[in-house]
Design a binder for this molecule. Structure first.
Ligand SMILES: Cc1cc2nc3c(=O)[nH]c(=O)nc-3n(C[C@H](O)[C@H](O)[C@H](O)COP(=O)(O)OP(=O)(O)OC[C@H]3O[C@@H](n4cnc5c(N)ncnc54)[C@H](O)[C@@H]3O)c2cc1C
Length: 488
């Protein structure tokens, strides 16, 4: 494959996808290259999923500016892009006089950063809203503009809007080298051939330093910092929280929080472990114990038996201590969107606008007259009332076949997830788009059926369906020969 574009984006996490969507509003040919079989397969899929209000980043830093603006933008685009967001607000809880003083500092910092509506609550008000929280909590900082989001879904929403506006997303397409002449990138070599563009945007997450160095810019490094989590079943929510509860922050992290997800699960985590390996997302028993013990400071009675899985994400910690945004000083047509650690998820729409302004100015691009807002409608079966469920089944009988019993996900939703722009091609791609396999049994029952549906829809043999990345194998039952999505 060999293709030409105005702009090539390297990396399909939330940063790359938001930039692609923002650029798709202009008359520009844009291609996003992602090394994994699906977008949002890196840090974007494993984080705390909080849309931070923006009170804790250092005033004046890019992190502070992008966080506050990004939060504001998510409020604006939520309905247009049909994003799964709940505006829960957030609390930072203090259990000592010293920590109460920290809350005051955070409030002042938040005001400087432009965060609106911050208040300090006393312990009684905190427990009125969240009755399971510890009696030792003396007070908390309330930030009403914070929320929770489904990060993978947000990246997919950005990509879907970009694709319906003519952008291209090419997966399984890792960048391996650049052809550079006179300090300018001429073309990029990938697992799927050579691509040429006028500008190259580096949004490669943990690998952004390597991508930059390949092009000739060694000005920063990225180190991974792991954060482990324990996820609880929805049935535990009543005993835990439906909000976002932080402890007072430490130097390296925002601390072990107790937090709801948009789908009604609850998690505790993350810890902060510096490491060298950019692929190591292993979880450990020690990590799980430490997280749960630390979370007991906020929530004394943790229903440990309701834990359904553990996972870990890797923060991309840059040597500069801040986001790295803008034109490279060493390579003429390289634009960096690197070092995007927390609050990168919240900041993504603001980072996208920041980078778009640069590209539009450089290429004198005009807005697209026929830009299409939004994305194709989704039908989330279990959220419909009975009359709407009946209507939907009457229109398409696949919505009458429940494939994932834990989460009540129908075949209609799975087929739609595969056929959508930038649709799912792997078992995990289906799982992350629909929740099939995310329930209590973690895909034990529906996994083989999902493989069958994928094979049928993509027109490939069952044996070529992947769970996730190339080295990930789905161990399905070899005797399960039914390649028709389990219809028989
Ligand atoms: C534990 C933890 C908790 C967090 N909590 C929050 C939070 O609550 N709120 C918040 O706002 N932020 C949070 N963050 C930060 C947020 O998750 C990240 O800032 C954000 O996901 C970064 O997105 P990204 O697109 O820059 O990187 P990624 O999601 O890592 O995407 C980079 C992409 O580049 C691809 N890539 C790499 N190399 C190549 C190559 N050679 N060719 C092609 N593609 C390549 C990767 O496969 C990947 O898909 C948290 C992070 C962690 C780890």
């Amino acid at each position: 494959m060999s293709k030409k574009a105005d702009v090539i984006i390297i990396g399909g996490g939330i940063t790359g996808c938001a930039i692609l969507q923002s650029l798709a509003k202009y008359n520009l040919k844009c291609i996003l290259l992602e090394k994994e079989p699906d977008i949002a397969a890196g840090t974007t899929k494993a984080n705390s999923a909080i849309l931070h209000a923006g009170f804790d980043a250092k005033p004046g830093s890019l992190k502070a500016q992008m966080n506050v603006k990004g939060n504001e933008l998510y409020h604006k685009i939520k309905d247009e892009l049909d994003l799964d967001i709940k505006w829960t607000g957030s609390l930072v809880a203090a259990t000592s006089d010293e920590e109460m003083a920290t809350l005051q500092d955070l409030l002042e910092r938040g005001k400087v950063n432009g965060v609106e509506g911050l208040e300090i609550w006393d312990g009684d008000k905190v427990r009125e809203q969240h009755p399971n929280l510890s009696k030792d909590i003396k007070g908390a900082l309330w930030a009403p503009s914070a929320g929770i989001i489904w990060p993978f879904g947000a990246a997919v929403a950005f990509a879907e809007n970009a694709v319906i506006n003519g952008a291209e997303v090419i997966r399984d397409c890792g960048v391996t080298s650049f052809n550079v002449a006179d300090g300018k990138i001429v073309s990029v070599e990938t697992a799927k051939g050579c691509f040429k563009a006028k500008y190259y945007i580096n949004a490669a997450g943990l690998r952004a330093d390597e991508i930059s160095a390949l092009a000739g810019d060694n000005s920063f490094t990225i180190k991974p910092r792991k954060g482990e989590y324990v996820l609880f079943d929805k049935s535990a929510a009543d005993k835990m929280t439906n909000g976002v509860i932080f402890p007072c922050p430490s130097k390296n992290s925002k601390g072990i929080l107790v937090c709801a997800t948009v789908d009604g699960n609850v998690f505790v985590g993350p810890d902060a472990q510096d490491q060298d390996d950019k692929e190591d997302t292993k979880v450990t028993l020690q990590g799980m114990d430490a997280i749960i013990n630390s979370a007991r400071k906020l929530l004394p009675e943790i229903p440990v038996g309701a834990a359904i899985t553990e996972f870990a994400g890797l923060r991309a910690v840059s040597s500069t201590g801040d986001f790295i945004l803008g034109k490279s000083e060493k390579v003429e047509n390289l634009i960096q969107a690197a070092g995007i650690q927390s609050p990168g998820l919240t900041s993504a729409p603001a980072i996208a606008e920041y980078i778009t302004d640069i590209v539009v100015k450089e290429l004198e691009a005009a807005p697209k007259q026929d830009y299409k807002k939004g994305r194709p409608a989704r039908h989330i079966f279990h959220l419909l009332d009975n009359a709407d469920k009946a209507d939907l089944i009457a229109q398409n009988s696949l919505y009458g076949r429940v494939i994932c019993r834990c989460e009540t996900i129908t075949e209609g939703e799975i087929v739609d997830a595969i056929r959508r722009p930038c649709g799912a091609t792997t078992v995990d791609g289906v799982k992350r788009r629909t929740r099939a396999g995310m329930g209590r049994c973690q895909g034990g029952f529906c996994g083989p059926k999902v493989i069958g549906i994928l094979a049928r829809e993509l027109g490939v043999p069952v044996s070529s369906i992947r769970k996730d990345r190339l080295d990930g194998v789905m161990y399905y039952d070899k005797d399960w020969k039914n390649n028709d999505g389990g219809r028989a």
